[in-house]
Design a protein around this ligand. Structure first.
Ligand SMILES: Nc1ncnc2c1ncn2[C@@H]1O[C@H](COP(=O)(O)OP(=O)(O)OP(=O)(O)O)[C@@H](O)[C@H]1O
Length: 327
């Protein structure tokens, strides 16, 4: 095992041919998609998508069902090729096996050989790499030690998912593509997997993950790429994405219905009887409530969550006001 890469976690990236500092380095692109279009018959799964992922980045790819996320990963991993545009992995064509030597991938669905034991599968996959993470170490990190002797066909869905993610890291890749890594996992298994992904990233690994769990993207990613209907809608730091959402959420109790107050673009009734009001200017709304003399109490104001940012970015109906009035 090389000593310069996080032996504590067991899972570390391969020794780089070029001596490079660890940490994020967008100047050294690992993945480049340049004006990529991919169709399936009439369906345009990706429409002129450009994306660069630098060494050491942890990027969350977020989008609704059918947005094109898996298609993008399949182009980056060389499983498919674009109809137009180019994709580069470590500067080479991902369809060339040499470009994929330092790539780890967990697809959305993984077929595991049902009669092989967990330990045997890890040994087998690890056997294809020059410096694999020792099987016992990897199983320990993913909480699979107890299951080492079990046939994969007898594992639960969540256990299989953990094994699938573990397998993507066995060869100490420099980049991993994780398609919905924690689908089907319970809270503690998800946390354990997040820890493993964070440890890999802290050691300098590059991660591109898709997720339906906004909480997951918010917990892990430094950069968020929002994709919808094959088009990149936003590509920015998590903080910048959150700041971009202009709406503020004002929660307030009142005997009056406040949905039609000036500046309120959306409203809801909460279980505790309070009203949830979305407005671009919370200060103005509060001033208006005070000057109007309307009864109100238990006021609470906060910024948008990633969920709200996401909903706003992929909203199919144009104006928030329209949406507000239709709710
Ligand atoms: N092999 C295929 N044949 C035909 N259409 C496909 C194929 N693969 C993907 N598509 C279509 O391309 C579009 C993008 O699909 P993709 O699987 O990339 O979306 P996704 O964002 O990963 O969705 P999900 O979150 O549901 O996994 C969808 O409309 C999908 O139906």
């Amino acid at each position: 095992m090389s000593t310069d890469h996080a032996p504590r976690t067991g899972v570390s990236r391969a020794t780089r041919p070029d001596p490079a500092p660890s940490g994020t380095d967008p100047a050294r692109p690992v993945v480049v998609a340049d004006h990529v279009t991919r169709r399936f018959g009439e369906v345009v799964a990706l429409d002129d998508v450009s994306l660069t992922v630098g060494a050491g980045e942890l990027v969350g790819l977020l989008g609704p069902n059918g947005a094109g996320k898996s298609t993008l990963l399949s182009l980056i991993s060389g499983q498919r090729k674009p109809d137009a545009g180019t994709v580069r992995l470590f500067g080479g064509d991902p369809r060339d096996a040499r470009s994929r030597v330092s790539l780890g991938i967990t697809p959305q669905e993984t077929g595991l050989p049902a009669t092989l034991k967990v330990r045997e599968v890890v040994d087998f996959v690890g056997g294809h790499y020059p410096d694999p993470v020792p099987t016992a170490e990897l199983l320990e990190q993913f909480g699979l030690t107890e299951l080492a002797g079990r046939q994969t066909g007898a594992m639960s869905g969540g256990q299989k998912r953990r094994l699938a993610v573990a397998l993507s890291l066995v060869g100490r890749p420099r980049v991993v593509l994780l398609d919905e890594p924690t689908t089907g996992l319970d809270v503690s298994a998800r946390q354990a997997l997040w820890d493993a992904i964070r440890a890999y990233h802290a050691d300098g690994g590059t991660v591109l993950l898709t997720s339906h769990y906004l909480e997951e993207v918010q917990a892990l990613a430094q950069r968020v790429v929002v994709i919808d209907q094959g088009v990149v809608k936003a590509d920015d730091s998590l903080d910048a994405i959150l700041r971009r959402v202009s709406l503020r959420r004002v929660v307030v109790g009142s005997t009056a219905d406040l949905a039609d107050r000036p500046g309120v673009v959306r409203s809801d009734r909460l279980g505790d009887g309070r009203q949830e009001l979305y407005t671009p200017d919370a200060d103005a709304l509060v001033r208006e409530l005070v000057t109007s003399g309307v009864d109100f109490h238990d006021l609470e104001i906060r910024g948008a969550s990633l969920e709200e940012a996401f909903e706003q970015m992929v909203a199919r109906d144009a104006a928030p006001t329209t949406e507000a009035r239709s709710r």
